[in-house]
Design a protein. Structure first.
Length: 143
């Protein structure tokens, strides 16, 4: 009976290493190549993370366009040039089977900006200063 892997288990060292190798290779291709696809012409991309599946058949590639903008046409362009990218990565990375690449926009920077905006709101700042003064008074009482 095959062993079942728990989905909540963190990725193993091999998955992390393969993901980083693919990320570095993609970053090098994006840095050096000029694409004929109009959606990718004169666009700078950052590959923030590559998450391979446990069986290494698929890999989700998180990209962010530098300077912001709508990622939808860029993702469509990446989907069109995926065979070219896979060939280039296969030349750079020593792996038996190269995973199928699925490109996704990375929204973690947008989420971080939203949280920072929330933390800088006046009512939140007021609550934070109130909590600091309460901690200081408790500390004074303990001493």
């Amino acid at each position: 009976m095959p062993r079942q892997r728990n989905n909540r288990q963190p990725p193993g060292q091999r998955l992390l290493r393969v993901g980083e190798e693919i990320r570095h290779a993609l970053a090098a291709v994006f840095e050096r190549e000029t694409f004929r696809d109009p959606a990718l012409a004169n666009v700078s991309l950052t590959v923030t993370e590559v998450r391979p599946s446990p069986d290494l058949r698929h890999a989700r590639v998180y990209v962010v366009p530098l300077g912001g903008g709508d990622p939808a046409p860029i993702l469509a362009g990446l989907k069109r040039v995926k065979p070219f990218l896979r060939r280039r990565i296969a030349e750079m990375v020593q792996i038996k089977f190269l995973p199928d690449l699925v490109f996704t926009a990375d929204t973690t920077f947008d989420q971080a900006e939203h949280i920072a905006t929330l933390l800088h709101r006046p009512e939140v700042a007021r609550d934070l200063t109130r909590d600091e003064s309460a901690r200081d008074s408790l500390r004074d009482e303990e001493e």
